[in-house]
Each structure stands twice: as C-alpha cells, then as structure tokens.
Design a protein around this ligand. Structure first.
Ligand SMILES: *[C@@H]1O[C@H](CO)[C@@H](O)[C@H](O)[C@H]1NC(C)=O
Ligand SMILES: *[C@@H]1O[C@H](CO)[C@@H](O)[C@H](O)[C@H]1NC(C)=O
Ligand SMILES: *[C@@H]1O[C@H](CO)[C@@H](O)[C@H](O)[C@H]1NC(C)=O
Ligand SMILES: *[C@@H]1O[C@H](CO)[C@@H](O)[C@H](O)[C@H]1NC(C)=O
Ligand SMILES: *[C@@H]1O[C@H](CO)[C@@H](O)[C@H](O)[C@H]1NC(C)=O
Ligand SMILES: *[C@@H]1O[C@H](CO)[C@@H](O)[C@H](O)[C@H]1NC(C)=O
Ligand SMILES: *[C@@H]1O[C@H](CO)[C@@H](O)[C@H](O)[C@H]1NC(C)=O
Length: 520
C-alpha cells in the first residue's frame, strides 16, 4: 500500500510553515463529479466488486486531483457520494463502507493497513494526496462497531456513517466528519452528537460538513461563530429547487451571510437536478458552475484569502432588521394575496408599477421593497413575498423569507412556481425585512440560473441593494432567514436508521424486493 518510496516524513508542510510563514492566499479547487452508479441489484456486492466500482470513480477523481495540483491548488473538494452514489440500503452498502480511524498525527496511512485491516480505498485516497502534494477532501461510508446488545445498534454490529475525510499533502488523515442531518439516506446512521471538526493549515483554519447540514445550526453555524474557521469544505449531492434553494444561489448566499469562504462541490446528475458547484468568498462568488445540458464533471479553481476576516474587502456585519424596523412601513397594498412556494404559504403583493415602494407582511415579518425597473416587460409579472413559519411538509425548520420574484406566467396563481428565464432588468432594488434572526442569507438569482457577482451588496442596516449599475434579468432577489431557535424540536438522536430498517425487515419478513420498495 505504500505510495511513495520514502518512509514517513516530517511533513513538507510543517517545514514550509517554518520557512515561508503563513500564506495570505491559497488556491482552491472543487470537482463536480458525475458519479458512476452501481448496477441495480438485490444482492449485496462482494467487497472486491465494491472496490472495483469505487476505483472506476476514483480514476476520474484522480484526473481531477492531478489537474488541480498541476494548476497549483492547495486543496480539492470532491462531491458527496462520489464513489458509489446514493440509493443503497444499509444491507447493500455495507461492503462499500470502510472503517476510517479517528485522525491522529501518529497514524500514518502507511501504518493504518496493519491497524485497520484491508483498506484499499483509504490507501488510494491517501496516496493521491501525497503523490500530488495536495489536500484531498472525499466523501465515503465509514463503519463503526457497536454493541449489538444496545437496542439501536444494527443487528450486524456496525453503524454506518456518511463521512467526509480529509488527507493532507503528506497523505495523512487530518479530518473525519460524520454527517448529522441526513436527507433520506436509509443506509446511514445519525451520529449521537453533531461533530465539530476543524483543522489548521498554513493557509487558514478549516471546518467541514455535508449537504443538508447547511440548513441547520449545528455544526454549520457553530464552526463559523465559535470556532472562527476561515473556510468551510462542503461536499454535497444537492437537488436544485427553484426559486429559493438552487445550489449555487443558496450556497453563495450562505457564504456571504456567514462571512466565510465556502468550497462547494456538488454531484452532477441532470435527471435528479444535481448540478451547481462553486467557490464562494464572503464578498462575492469567485467562480461557479451550473450545467443541466451535459453529463460531464467539471473542475473549478480560484484563489482565495486564507483569512477572509483580515481582507480589505471583508463585508461589515449587518444588523438585518435595523433599516426595516426603523422606517415607516410603506402603505400595505389592498391587493395582497396568498400563494405557495413549494408547501409554504406566502403573502404576495404585485409590483404593478415600473417603480415603487411596497410592504408585505406575514406574522412577525414585514418585508419592504423599493425598486425601479429599467423597462417593464409586458408579459412579466413580479411580486414581493413574505413567509414566516415552519417550513415544508415536515414543519421542523423555522424560516423567515422576504423575496421579490418573477411569476412563472402572468397568471398570479403561478407566483412562486419554478421559472428559469426572465428579461426584466432593475435599475435599482432595495430589499429589507424585520427579521427576528441574525442568520439571513442574501440571494440574487438571474435568468437561466446565473449568479450576479459584484452587482449587489448588503448594507450595514440590513438592506440588500444592487450596485454597479443596472442588474441582469432577475428571477429572484431574496433574504432567506433561518431562525434556528424557533425550530420545532425533534428527536433525531438515539435512533438508528439502519437498526429501524432491519427491525422492519425482520418483523414483516419482507422480501428483498419489497424491502427495496420501502427504501426508495
Ligand atoms: C503514487 O506514486 C507511487 C510511486 O511513484 C506509485 O507507485 C503509485 O501508484 C502512486 N499512487 C497513486 C494513487 O497515485
Ligand atoms: C488551530 O490554531 C489555533 C491557533 O493558531 C488553535 O487555537 C487551535 O486549537 C488550532 N486548532 C486545531 C484543530 O489544531
Ligand atoms: C439592530 O437594529 C435595531 C434597530 O435599530 C436595534 O433595535 C437592535 O438592537 C439592533 N440589533 C443588534 C444586534 O445590534
Ligand atoms: C419610494 O420612497 C422614497 C423615499 O423613501 C421616495 O424618494 C421615492 O420617490 C419613492 N418612490 C416611489 C416610486 O414612490
Ligand atoms: C398574510 O398571511 C397570514 C398568515 O398566513 C394571513 O392570515 C393573512 O390573511 C395574510 N394577509 C393578507 C393581506 O393576505
Ligand atoms: C389562472 O390560473 C388558474 C389556475 O390554473 C385558473 O383557474 C384561472 O382561470 C387562470 N386565470 C386566468 C386569468 O387565466
Ligand atoms: C461592474 O459591472 C460591469 C459590467 O456589468 C463589470 O464589467 C464590472 O466588472 C463590474 N464592476 C465590479 C466592481 O463588479
């Protein structure tokens, strides 16, 4: 399993640190991977077949890693589920999971085979990092023994976790994170507590989490607020949902709202609407990619500030409600009507004129908009909307959203439905709301799913305003607030997904086929 001929080294990065000091900037790479999925199967694959499949995917990742390293990248993030995809039962995915040790400076990849048994996947990831002198972030299954007398331990005696691993440029495992907020992933278990995983480098302090985690307080907010990380590493398999939760739109807004670098590597699968990766800085997206036309993967690279908080372009913190709570609200329109974005009932009011000042409220939230359109397109209708409440079917997460959006058609019943094109440009817009939360993410999404780097900003008093001339054609301008303290408490701890499913299997003596139906 040895990759390079030399034995364990002190670590060139430690020497670099001593000679060169700390780097002010670093080069980041993310890779949107079109994963090769396993064949549909009812029987568990052998571990050899599992490794063969993962190697096919790793061959592609290897090309991306080499390319990133050749172009001087210090770190590359690859997408969630990049080694074998997503739709697997615990039973079928077991051979695809490998035990990853708790990271320790004393555990070199060259010793781990002796300590952890057959570990071809770890060895290859580690060697890819070491051979190319680049940090590699990958997502894979990790399995951990549990006591089968414990009621939540699956009958086979293992928990399986959706796991991010980070190998440093010497090939050492420096971070391991188990995803906490699972999103229909029956093959994986929920760790007991959210893990707060960070590591230091010569180019800043890093934190890590996965996909759906980004919508919750822990670990995401704690890593930024309390641990003060500079950059978040974010493998994801994100299904785009218009108008508010498209990957590039929400992830770039999160980086801006939290004031942190975010390296987001999405999976690429057009049929599942998975695409949209980016490298996002607090003041603006640096580079992004959205492609619903091809089945190809894509690498993105950008230079980033190692410590964005020390950078001259670092945006001042906003008081999100300062402007909205101090002005006299604009007259509330008589024509306010209800409408839906997904399952959430918004209050909407139409932008009748080419320019104006509008307010729309729902519960405790009032949203104010001042705007001037460049030219109003006859067949395009825009509304201002407000939503405050528990979101979606599950009604667990409390949202506060102010949004100005284009309706799908001129019929007002279509406002809030997905639409991908627009032609109306705005000479000016200014959106604000009486938010009860300090966690608000500013989104601007343009026609054909484009971001608008450098063309808008958030003022200290919480207004989201255009800058640098007229906007591009707008789909939506939104302030997406998450009021974590108002979330409906739910018990996700102490239950094991896979244990429950095994129980189901045993009690109803289901056939494998039926079992698969339950899984999907
Ligand atoms: C790493 O380099 C060694 C020695 O040059 C080579 O044998 C090995 O195949 C390489 N491994 C990877 C994963 O690049
Ligand atoms: C990173 O460095 C900071 C100070 O430079 C230190 O306080 C912190 O404990 C380090 N964190 C890790 C994970 O090593
Ligand atoms: C934000 O601004 C409002 C209105 O000026 C003020 O009442 C509130 O205390 C401010 N919040 C913070 C956290 O400074
Ligand atoms: C909107 O309000 C601003 C002041 O708050 C005022 O200057 C402007 O004329 C108003 N615009 C319209 C179209 O009413
Ligand atoms: C706004 O929303 C609330 C809550 O859904 C509703 O009770 C109210 O009637 C709406 N207001 C208008 C003017 O439609
Ligand atoms: C708007 O759409 C609704 C629902 O599809 C339909 O019932 C209504 O007739 C439409 N209104 C107009 C003016 O076309
Ligand atoms: C301002 O907008 C122009 C044209 O849209 C663009 O070329 C330029 O880079 C922008 N400037 C900044 C500072 O974003």
């Amino acid at each position: 399993h040895l990759c390079a001929a030399e034995s364990i080294s002190v670590g060139p990065h430690l020497l670099l640190l001593l000679i060169n000091g700390l780097l002010k900037t670093f080069r980041a790479a993310v890779y949107e991977h079109a994963v090769i999925l396993p064949d549909e199967t009812d029987v568990p694959v052998s571990q050899d077949d599992a490794v063969r499949l993962m190697n096919k995917n790793m061959d592609i990742l290897e090309t991306a890693i080499k390319q990133a390293a050749e172009q001087g990248a210090h770190i590359i993030v690859t997408s969630e589920d990049a080694l074998y995809g997503w739709k697997l039962s615990p039973f079928l995915s077991f051979p695809l999971s490998f035990p990853f040790p708790f990271p320790s400076p004393f555990l070199s990849p060259f010793l781990s085979p002796f300590l952890f048994g057959h570990t071809p996947v770890q060895a290859r990831l580690s060697c890819l990092a070491r051979n190319n002198s680049i940090y590699v972030v990958a997502n894979i299954g990790d399995k951990k023994r549990c006591n089968s007398r414990n009621s939540i331990c699956p009958p086979n005696g293992y928990y399986q976790y959706n796991t991010n691993v980070v190998y440093d440029a010497d090939g050492k495992l420096v971070a391991r994170y188990h995803k906490y907020h699972l999103y229909s992933e029956p093959q994986f278990d929920v760790p007991k507590e959210p893990q707060l995983v960070t590591f230091n480098t010569t180019f800043g302090k890093f934190g890590i989490f996965t996909c759906f985690d980004i919508l919750f307080h822990d670990p995401a907010i704690t890593l930024v607020k309390d641990f003060q990380v500079d950059t978040i590493l974010f493998p994801t398999a994100w299904m785009n949902v218009l108008p508010l939760l498209t990957a590039i739109e929400f992830h770039s807004a999160w980086a801006m709202g939290m004031g942190v670098n975010l390296l987001a590597a999405n999976a690429h699968h057009v049929n599942l609407k998975m695409t949209g990766s980016g490298i996002y800085a607090p003041d603006s997206p640096k580079v992004y990619h959205y492609d619903m036309k091809t089945d190809s993967g894509r690498i993105l690279l950008s230079d980033m500030a190692s410590h964005p908080r020390l950078s001259p372009t670092y945006p001042a913190a906003a008081n999100w409600s300062a402007y909205a709570t101090t002005i006299k609200p604009f007259p509330v329109q008589k024509t306010t009507f209800g409408g839906f974005i997904s399952r959430d009932e918004f209050n909407f009011t139409q932008l009748f004129e080419n320019a104006g000042n509008l307010t729309v409220c729902q519960k405790e939230l009032c949203c104010h908009l001042s705007y001037r359109m460049l030219e109003k397109e006859e067949n395009e209708v825009y509304v201002l909307g407000a939503f405050a409440g528990l979101h979606g079917r599950r009604r667990r997460e409390y949202w506060q959203v102010c949004t100005m959006l284009k309706c799908r058609t001129a019929n007002l019943t279509t406002c809030g439905q997905p639409v991908e094109t627009a032609s109306t440009r705005f000479e000016m817009f200014s959106l604000s709301g009486t938010f009860g939360t300090e966690y608000v993410f500013p989104e601007v999404l343009l026609s054909e799913i484009h971001l608008s780097p450098g063309k808008f900003e958030v003022l200290k008093d919480g207004r989201l305003v255009n800058k640098n001339g007229s906007s591009g054609p707008i789909l939506t301008v939104s302030l997406f607030g998450r009021w974590y303290a108002m979330d409906a408490l739910y018990k996700s701890r102490g239950t094991s997904n896979s244990a429950m499913i095994y129980l189901l299997m045993i009690t109803s003596l289901m056939t494998v086929t039926l079992y698969n139906v339950v899984m999907v």
